[in-house]
Design a protein around this ligand. Structure first.
Ligand code: PLP
Length: 401
């Protein structure tokens, strides 16, 4: 008989009952250091008092009223995002896929409203991940995820990542824009070259098409800037955000320039839950922390330290790892052996991580992790790698006998 909870995930047999900072405790009393953050989402870690208090206080006042009314918490959050990014206006929703749907609709509507309704297609990238709704699945383009869910939503063309010639060749009279993750997350922690992002901006301007960034995973402070594209010194026309922006509370956002945003007039797009007082109280509490003086610079410093320490571990275990790559506190360990085996060895040492495409183990700790947490994680990864190495040696001996 099918379990009551739909078994559509391969869940690890771990259940957590509480957390503090970067640490989680299971119901049977074991302690784990969390370098997964619920897939790069628990940006303030676990049990953050400022965030929990903000949510509790708002819950006692009013949680939800719908977008039939003004929502001061949403106005405040939008104003703060506008003040700190390229954007002129923000639409709130509840998840990353929904933010990307909103971004896609906004880009199409802008083309339609400026007399170019034939421009409805998007150039996306191999290795991308944009979500699981029908349109974002098509934007993702991963055949494995699309299987059995056809017909595929039309309008998404895929080209190799970091390849400008392929992008330019793919632009046609039906192209509305380009959608890219500045750092591919699910695809294996693959950063776009900064020059590639600059070239995409110039190419969009040259062809009169729009640049849409998916910063659902790499945004909201994860790379040491509020949003990852800032490293390239460019501004997109539209950008999606989610994951870390609610610190674990479901919240998504589409941030846009006025020239694109202005066409989503009343009646064109909407959501029941999106931007409700509770979610925006969470979003504002997260921003309080992330925008505090020195916070982002410290994320950058910790990211550098993690990368440097893991570069040494990679060099110590060349039969386990190929390299370490990423930006700030989104780093990926590309493995020689199956990434799942490495992840299991880390878990056995008390460290939670997430696998990603391209045989990578993803390291996405809470942004608030301490230097001591970081040092402990590196030691756990060194011991985990030694376990994998020992298993390889044992298998080698057995084969030689
Ligand atoms: C996780 C993710 C999404 C989808 O977000 P959901 O909240 O799961 O819908 C979209 N884009 C990127 C880059 C992601 O990492």
């Amino acid at each position: 008989m099918i379990p009551a909870l739909l078994p559509n995930y391969n869940r690890a047999d771990l259940a957590f009952e509480r957390g503090e900072g970067a640490w989680l405790w299971t119901t049977d009393g074991r302690r784990f250091l969390d370098f997964g953050s619920g897939i790069a989402t628990s940006s303030l870690g676990h049990g953050n008092k400022h965030l929990a208090d903000a949510i509790a206080e708002q819950a006692h006042k009013v949680m939800h009223v719908s977008n039939l009314y003004r929502i001061p918490q949403a106005e405040k959050l939008a104003e703060r995002l506008v003040a700190n990014t390229f954007a002129d206006s923000v639409f709130f929703c509840n998840s990353g896929a929904e933010a990307n749907e909103g971004m896609i609709k906004m880009m199409r509507r802008a083309m339609y409203s400026t007399g170019k309704p034939e421009r409805f297609r998007f150039i996306c990238f191999e290795g991308a991940f944009h979500g699981r709704t029908l349109a974002t699945l098509a934007a993702t383009g991963n055949k494995k995820y699309l299987e059995g869910f056809g017909p595929e939503v039309d309008g998404f063309d895929h080209v190799p990542f970091n390849n400008l010639n392929a992008v330019r060749d793919a632009i046609g009279p039906a192209t509305a824009g380009i959608i890219i993750e500045p750092v591919q997350g699910e695809g294996g922690v693959r950063p776009a070259q900064l020059q590639f992002l600059r070239d995409l901006r110039a190419t969009c301007d040259e062809f009169g098409i729009l640049l849409g960034l998916d910063e659902v995973q790499c945004g909201m402070g994860r790379t040491g800037k509020l949003f990852a594209h800032e490293w390239a010194g460019i501004e997109p026309d539209v950008m999606s955000a989610a994951k870390g922006i609610g610190g674990g509370f479901p919240l998504g956002a589409v941030l846009a320039k006025e020239a694109v945003a202005k066409y989503l007039v009343p009646g064109t797009h909407g959501t029941t839950f999106g931007g409700n007082p509770l979610a925006c109280a969470a979003g504002n509490a997260v921003l309080d922390v992330v925008l505090a003086p020195g916070f982002l610079a410290d994320v950058g410093r910790k990211g550098q330290a993690l990368w440097a320490a893991m570069s040494k571990v990679v060099a110590e275990f060349p039969r386990v790892f190929v390299d370490v790559r990423g930006a700030g506190l989104i780093q990926g360990l590309k493995c020689v052996v199956p990434a799942g085996d490495v992840q299991a060895a880390f878990t056995a040492e008390g460290l939670l991580t997430v696998t990603a495409g391209d045989n990578v183990v993803r390291l996405v700790p809470p942004l608030v992790l301490t230097d001591d947490d970081l040092a402990q994680a590196v030691e756990m990864m060194r011991r985990g790698a030694a376990r994998v190495q020992a298993a390889l040696d044992a298998a080698g001996k057995a084969a030689a006998q």
